[in-house]
Design a protein around this ligand. Structure first.
Ligand code: B12
Length: 210
C-alpha cells in the first residue's frame, strides 16, 4: 500500500466498501494537487487488489466484489475530467476484453491513459468475440490491438485473438495484459508486448510505434 496517507486511506476505504469516503478522499487528493493517474494507480488499485485477495480467500463474496467495482468506477468518474485528453495524433489502438470475460475496469484505465497521451482508442468493450479484434483493426487501419484477459479461463481466447490478428494483419502490433497475463506469454502466444499497468501500456505502445 502507498506511503502517502491519503492514498492509503483511499485504499482502505475501498476495502471497507465505504463509497462516500472513497469519493470524498478522491476529491480531496485531487484538490491537494495529486497526479490524477496516481489517484487511480496508487490509491484505488491497491484497494481493489486487496478486495480480490479477500474474495479469493473466501472473506468477501461476489456482492462485495460488485460493490467495490461500482465504487471504483464512481471514483474514476471524478478523476476523469482532471485527465486532460490530448489531441489524438500518435496512432490508433483497438482495445477490448476477450470473449468470456466481463472485467473492464483495468482495460478502461488503459484506454484513459492512452487517450490522455495522444492515441485514438477504439474501445470494443467486454466479452468481445475473437474475430472482432482483427476486423476492427483492419477496418480502422489501427496500428495496435490491445487485448485484456482477467481470468485464467479466458487466456485461450486471448491467444486466439493474437493468432487471428497476426494471421490476418501481420503488420499490426498486439499488446496483451490483465491479471493472469505474464511477460512469458508474449513469446508463447506470438504477441508483440505485455504491459502490467496503464502507465507501462503507454510506454510500451510509444515504443512499438517508434
Ligand atoms: C472487480 C472484479 C470483478 C468485477 C468486475 C467489474 C468490472 N466491470 O470490471 C465483477 C464482480 C463483475 C467480477 C466478476 C468475476 N470475477 Co473478478 N475480479 C475483480 C477484481 C477484484 C479486481 C479487478 C480490477 O478491476 N482490478 C483493478 C484494475 C485497475 O486492475 P486490473 O484489472 O488488473 O488492470 C490493470 C492491469 O491488469 C493492466 N491491464 C488490464 N487489462 C489490460 C489490457 C492491456 C492491453 C494492457 C496492456 C494492460 C491491461 O492494466 C490495468 C490498469 O493498471 C479481481 C482481482 C484482481 N486482483 O485482479 C477479480 C478476479 C479477476 N475475478 C475473478 C473471478 C473468478 C471472477 C468471476 C469468475 C467470479 C464468479 N464466480 O462469477 C467473475 C467473472 C465473470 C466473467 N465471465 O468475466 C478472479 C480470477 C481468478 C483467475 N485467475 O481466473 C480474480 C483474480 C479474483 C480472485 N483472486 O479470485 N470480478
Amino acid at each position: 500500500m502507498s506511503d502517502d496517507p491519503v492514498f492509503s486511506a483511499l485504499s482502505e476505504s475501498l476495502i471497507a466498501l465505504d463509497e462516500q469516503r472513497v469519493l470524498d478522499l478522491t476529491q480531496q487528493a485531487l484538490d491537494a494537487g495529486a497526479e490524477p493517474i496516481a489517484v487511480i494507480n496508487d490509491g484505488l488499485t491497491p484497494g481493489m487488489d486487496e478486495v480480490g485477495k479477500r474474495f479469493e480467500s473466501g472473506d468477501y463474496f461476489l456482492p462485495e466484489l460488485l460493490i467495490a467495482a461500482d465504487v471504483f468506477k464512481s471514483a474514476v468518474a471524478i478523476v476523469k475530467p482532471h485527465l486532460t485528453e490530448a489531441v489524438a495524433t500518435k496512432g490508433t489502438v483497438v482495445l477490448g476484453t476477450v470473449e468470456g470475460d466481463i472485467h473492464d475496469i483495468g482495460k478502461n484505465i488503459v484506454a484513459l491513459a492512452l487517450e490522455t497521451s495522444g492515441y485514438e482508442v477504439i474501445d470494443l468493450g467486454i466479452d468481445v468475440p475473437v474475430a472482432r479484434f482483427a476486423e476492427e483493426q483492419l477496418a480502422r487501419g489501427a496500428h495496435i490491438v490491445g487485448a485484456s484477459a482477467m481470468i485464467t479461463s479466458t487466456l485461450p481466447a486471448l491467444r486466439r485473438v493474437v493468432e487471428d490478428v497476426k494471421t490476418r494483419s501481420p503488420g499490426a502490433k498486439v499488446l496483451i495484459g490483465g491479471a493472469p497475463v505474464t511477460p512469458a506469454l508474449v513469446a508463447e502466444y506470438g504477441s508483440d508486448a505485455y504491459a502490467g499497468d496503464a502507465i507501462e501500456a503507454v510506454r510500451v505502445v510509444d515504443k512499438l510505434l517508434q
